[in-house]
Design a protein around this ligand. Structure first.
Ligand code: SAH
Length: 396
């Protein structure tokens, strides 16, 4: 297999973040749609995308695009796709997910069974057998209809990419790792700046930030479905992606990342998760209520997912809690604050209108990402002899 087209689903509203990540990995963007980015690369794009992308939910290998408004058309069109290029005669294949938006065909279970039948019919004519043992590698098929057109893919990932493997202990309302990473990437935070999450729960924001600071690829410690597709992807691609990730790793980077939570049990869980991720030495976790939050340094970032009253008894306390967030933030000299919350009165009680605001779906919940921007720190004065190439460049 040489050139491939890949589809990466992501959180609605965060396509631009994923697009940038994909371009930074060196791939050509084909299309950006709601909730997914399509791109092209050589076969090693499959392994590199799975190992390196922080904000994609999974990586799908595109088999084709069809148009169908009846089940007969669906069957015929699916049968015309070159399945034998992907599925070996002993492959185990099934339609793991069928979705449909604004399309005449919409019953997932019918779409699933017809697609499976059509693939079987296609393979019968190519492999000249009547029956497939399905004892080999797994090839999950995904089909998504939009306005009667369907993208047909094989899932290369398996367990969703937000499952990095480090989060064994969760809070009551954990934020997905992919979403947390995207929200951090939307800020100008960099590894040499302070980051504090005062409601850290299971530690997702601090851990994702520490992984970025250490250039730790999110998928370097897990496995993927397509690793067993030796008929189409060489094993070498996977070894090379992990080698590349190991070469980039900088575990001794200097960071200033803190996670606080009022609940000591949560802090314990966050520490365990950070240790599992291999970044516990880069984060300071402590049990501390919001009202004790202060920081002596300037130009830091609060990036957080405060409670927003998913449960009734919490709702009553929200005005007070958000007033406190506003007060604590005001006391932090020249900081920036980024909050994802579903609480509609957040700005009212914080006492300040956000400079930017972005609607984001956290699962089915409509939430907002409020961005309160602080000033940029002054450029560091150059020490004699420091960073010479840049200084020389400026002199020219
Ligand atoms: N982003 C986190 C989830 C945060 S849920 C994750 O991915 O796991 C909100 C957290 O705020 C809870 O863990 C709760 O214990 C904590 N919390 C609630 N009130 C608080 C307060 N007054 N001070 C500090 N933490 C608080």
């Amino acid at each position: 297999m040489s050139r491939v087209e890949l589809v990466a689903p992501c959180h609605f509203g965060l396509e631009a973040v994923l697009k940038k990540e994909i371009m930074d990995l060196g791939y050509e963007i084909v299309q950006v749609e709601d909730g997914r980015v399509t791109f092209r690369g050589e076969e090693d794009a499959v392994s590199r995308a799975n190992v390196f992308l922080r904000t994609a939910e999974r990586i799908l290998l595109k088999v084709g695009k069809i148009r169908a408004v009846t089940f007969e058309e669906l069957f015929d069109q699916i049968k015309m796709l070159p399945w034998e290029r992907y599925l070996p005669s002993d492959g185990k294949f099934w339609v793991t997910k069928a979705s449909s938006v604004k399309s005449r065909l919409f019953s997932p279970s019918d779409i699933q069974s017809i697609v499976k039948k059509a693939v079987v019919e296609r393979l019968k004519t190519v492999y000249h057998v009547e029956w497939f043992p399905e004892t080999g590698a797994e090839y999950p098929i995904r089909i998504s209809f939009m306005k009667d057109e369907a993208t047909v893919c094989l899932d290369t990932t398996g367990l969703s990419l937000h499952k990095r493997g480090y989060r064994t202990m969760v809070s009551k309302a954990p934020i997905k790792e992919t979403l947390a990473a995207a929200l951090i990437l939307l800020t100008p935070w960099k590894k040499d700046r302070i980051l504090v999450d005062p409601f850290c729960g299971s530690g997702t924001f601090p851990i994702e930030a520490a992984m970025m600071a250490a250039h730790m690829a999110p998928g370097m410690n897990r496995s993927f479905t397509a690793e067993s597709w030796t008929n189409i992807l060489s094993r070498k691609c996977w070894y090379q992606a992990v080698d590349e990730a190991n070469d980039l790793l900088d575990p001794d980077v200097k960071t200033d990342i803190q996670g606080y939570d009022i609940d000591p049990e949560m802090v314990k869980a966050a520490r365990q998760n950070a240790a599992a991720a291999g970044v516990d030495h880069l984060i300071h976790f402590q049990s501390r209520p919001l009202n004790a939050l202060s920081h002596p340094k300037k130009y830091g970032f609060l990036i957080s997912n405060p409670p927003y009253g998913e449960r009734l008894e919490e709702k009553e306390n929200l005005p007070e809690l958000y007033r406190e967030i506003g007060e604590r933030f005001a006391s932090l000299d020249s900081w920036s604050m980024y909050l994802i919350t579903g609480y509609e009165d957040a700005e009212k009680y914080i006492g300040r209108k956000a400079d930017k605001n972005r609607k984001i779906y956290n699962g089915m919940l409509k939430t907002y990402y409020y961005q309160f921007l602080g000033p940029k720190p002054p450029k560091k004065k150059q020490q004699p002899g420091e960073n010479r190439t840049e200084a020389e460049g400026q002199n020219r």
